[in-house]
Design a protein around this ligand. Sequence first.
Ligand SMILES: [Zn+2]
Ligand SMILES: [Zn+2]
Length: 415
Amino acid sequence: MDLILYAVPGFFLLIAIELIAEKVRGTAYYRVNDSLTSLATGTINQLINVSKALIPFTVYVAVHQHFAIWNLSASWLNWLVVFVLWDFFYYWNHRLGHEMNILWASHVVHHSSEEYNLTTALRQTGTGFLSFIFYIPLAIVGFDPLMVLSVGALNLIYQFWVHTQHVGKLGWYEWFFVSPSNHRGHHAQNTIYIDKNYGGVFILWDRLFGTYQEEQEDDMPIFGIRGAVQSWNPLWVNAQIYAQLIKDAWRTKHWWYKLTIWFRRTGWRPPDVEEEFPIEKNELEHFSKYDTQVNAWLKCYCIIQYALTATVGIYYSLFAEQMSLGQSAMVVGFVLWATFSIGALMESKQYAGVLEWIRLGVFVSGVVSLMSPTVWANGLLIGIALALPLLVFGRWQNPPSHSNTTVMMETSSKQ
Ligand SMILES: [Zn+2]
Ligand SMILES: [Zn+2]
């Protein structure tokens, strides 16, 4: 049972409530382009999880079968212990995700937003393939695989609500638990907050291992990373740091650096590459958020297309097991293409409109002809048909102006 999938309606309900709070309180924590990119990476993450779900789970089951020391039953005490232990291993998984180049390349996705709202919680990596290794000790101790799967999901679901600026400090709660306030620090790029507050549910680990930082009134969090991704393309958001690492490993003349760059401290670059291809660092005082402007029609079009894409993603999550490989590939391809071209539209790329027309033509006719017509497929068709005029008006009635108010920042390090 995919607990996270069943939590999705709750996620969207809370996002709706936060949007109402935004209106009532007159805050500006949301931007369409940023939020759609967060949601798109979340959708891709879910798709990949569904597609590869059984691989890490199978490894865990195999280790549990062959190496478990005890056979721990599902008593309430064991549930409690495994819940706490999961969070302990999560702390180290998360900490190394920040401190090692190759793991940061994956985890960076979650930190790539310069906003902080509930959609940021869903901005999740598509390449967290190695994470499960951190939890293998639980298999060796003897916790049932299904228990471990459940507490992992519950841990992630807990973390959703802390991604908000509408909740202040929570008194005694801050001592023990991850909260909106201390997790805001985790998402900040101000020097005092870097590499702090790694806990998932319990902040106690940070207090214990010296990585705790309280949110400071006189140094409020500036969200994002020093090496801003500067893109609404969810595929590039996932690939950027890998690309930088591959480029650096390729360019360095030393074999030792080619082999070890991946496992060194986040931001480390081979000295010869650093000298020949420096990446400029920008001071935080000159920070401005990455932004692009498109007209209201196009914004509406992107929102509708994303909603349809998310629907396809949920459909896939529910029925992937009954699909052939070809059908799965087609659905996954549709979602990846859709999120890519929505991002390109929001960046006003020249090729974005063409990408959209091809996508709608090829994939919609493909999906409809190969899959038996269902409510889902019909809904998708109707949605696209209704949204198309927005694309037309969005592109030709009022050509979008491209205003990129970014500053160039160092791209491989958040230091
Ligand atoms: Zn993190
Ligand atoms: Zn977070």
